[in-house]
Design a protein around this ligand. Structure first.
Ligand SMILES: [Zn+2]
Ligand SMILES: [Zn+2]
Length: 422
């Protein structure tokens, strides 16, 4: 019979790698804690409608990439492809606005998109991110950018670039949309299929097209930052003042727009040069219109999301060891049946004292057990056979010093603790 294999586009995170994940997650949690962001966990699936309304029917995510299925009750469900809409849903549904005027959340979550695994894209991937709900003040935008950069800095990432832009709000975006369409219209037939499709409903995304012909045609396009209304202009100006005060350097990129429809005013992206070309590791921005889109009361909001797989790839590339390899503290080598019978209770004593300990589960020879202790880089090896049982004394090998001493059973923990602290 053929063995069962994992689904294409998914990954097993094996020991050796999982430690790096935990280390990064711990670093994220610790940074979120000092910034006073609280974890919010949402279900892995939601009604499809949440994403259709929250992300926008016309986006690639909703139209092509979502993991959508009908359950046995014929309800249409979707494995969450992003976290902003679920967080907003949870915030509205649980009336969290009634408990506090400003809510700061973070998440670390698996997400799902039915991407093409041939292109090396994952169908289950992982992101962490943060969302501040309930304030329109640019201080929240600046804090968000500072938070993201701080996490990367603590992880040891270098050569990061921050780009920012303002995409305005409903007041300034509508007239600008017309201006942009007027600019594109004469050459529309020269743009790619995707851009032509976006022309009527979502012309701003045409500015985001990475295809060479399109970006060349966009060279002289009118820029929204030059057409911001008074309030949006002030908001953007304040954000830049805050970034300056925080000594965060940035590039203004008038053509930076985010893939999702609900963004307003601030958008930002952090890229890394580590993997050769510029790679986005973080995208974020303000989305003051999402709450209403989901049927809630108006709630200004700002957030960012960051891919964990790519971050770990960069960390590996930069030879950053987020979590050093674990060494075994104690390996118990047993000789004979009686000693083997006792080994589990010795292990229990060692483990209760906090020593990472192991023994042989295969009834191997002393020589083979010693090889195993070396393979796991044990710092101490306890030898227990008939003789040791009779004298109620272990033979203890201190591996780094190639030294062997005798330790009475009763003094084991005490002795190990003082040796470990040397
Ligand atoms: Zn295009
Ligand atoms: Zn505006």
């Amino acid at each position: 019979m053929a063995t069962i294999r994992r689904i294409k586009g998914t990954q097993d995170i094996l020991p050796g790698e999982s430690e790096q994940w935990v280390a990064l997650e711990t670093l994220i949690r610790e940074t979120m804690r000092v910034y006073n962001f609280k974890e919010l966990r949402t279900p892995v699936f939601e009604k499809t409608e949440l994403f259709a309304r929250g992300i926008g029917q016309l986006t690639d995510i909703v139209s092509k990439e979502m993991y959508t299925f009908f359950d046995r009750g014929n309800k249409q469900l979707t494995l969450k492809p992003e976290m902003t809409a679920p967080i907003m849903r949870a915030y509205l549904e649980n009336k969290l606005y009634a408990k506090s005027p400003v809510n700061k959340f973070f998440y670390i979550a698996p997400l799902f998109r039915q991407e093409n695994p041939q292109a090396g894209r994952l169908r289950q991937f992982h992101q962490f991110g943060a969302e501040t709900l309930g304030t329109a003040y640019p201080e929240a935008d600046a804090e968000m950018i500072d938070l993201a950069l701080n996490i990367y800095r603590r992880a040891g990432l270098e050569n990061l670039n921050l780009r920012i832009n303002s995409v305005g709000d409903v007041t300034c975006r509508l007239p600008y949309k017309k201006l942009l369409q007027d600019y594109i219209r004469p050459n529309l037939h020269l743009y790619c299929q995707d851009c032509q499709r976006r022309f009527d409903d979502n012309p701003l995304r045409i500015l985001d097209c990475k295809k060479e012909t399109c970006s060349a045609l966009n060279q002289k396009a009118p820029r929204l930052v030059d057409h911001l209304c008074e309030e949006c202009h002030t908001h953007y100006h304040r954000l830049k003042q805050h970034l300056d005060a925080l000594q965060i350097s940035y590039d203004e990129d008038p053509y930076l727009v985010r893939g999702l429809d609900y963004y307003t005013r601030t958008v930002f992206e952090i890229t890394s040069e580590a993997l050769g070309a510029q790679n986005a590791i973080c995208g974020g921005g303000r989305y003051d219109l999402l709450a209403e889109e989901l049927g809630g009361q108006p709630t200004p909001a700002v957030g960012f999301a960051s891919g964990i797989e790519r971050l770990l790839l960069i960390a590996r590339h930069q030879n950053l060891h987020l979590a050093p390899a674990q060494r075994l503290d104690v390996f118990i080598i047993t000789m004979g049946e009686t000693a083997r019978q006792k080994s589990l209770s010795w292990l229990k004593t060692l483990r209760q004292a906090g020593f990472l300990s192991e023994t042989d589960f295969l009834g191997r020879s002393v020589k083979a057990q010693m090889r195993e202790a070396n393979r796991q880089q044990a710092r101490f090896v306890l030898l227990a056979g008939e003789e040791e049982l009779e004298r109620k004394t272990f033979s203890l090998k201190i591996m780094d010093r190639s030294q062997q001493i005798s330790v009475p059973f009763a003094n084991l923990i005490e002795t190990l603790e003082s040796l470990a602290n040397e």
